[in-house]
Design a protein. Sequence first.
Length: 147
Amino acid sequence: MPSHSEKRILPYSSEQLFDLVMDIEKYPEFLPWCLAARVNEKKKADLSADVIVGYGPFREKFSSHVKFKKPREIEVHYLQGPMSQLENKWMFKDVRGGQCEVDFYIDFSLKTKLFEKIVDQFFHRALVKMINAFEARALQLYGGRKH
């Protein structure tokens, strides 16, 4: 069962980074392998969303329930798709100098153990590429580093 956690200090506010992550329908504009994204229903503290990912001829739809506490926390709970389980959590904490500490965690398992072993070989590289895509999106939306 691949998992990954990472903390980064970024030169943006927790509100800016929270908004970036919650702008799910914009994911296809910047996230690698994300072909489509749709928020199905949004309430005060949660929403349901579908994301279609693909590479080459492969396409998969993931349905998730997202709980959030603006601007501090986002929890993604997997509902339906090619996995047997997926948990993803983002935590945002404002720190010195107008920066934000981002604490990211993901844990998942696939329905097929053989496919999980294959995915595990490139999981960390792909995940770092996706995390870097969020950081590049923040730079695009909010500008360069503060001094």
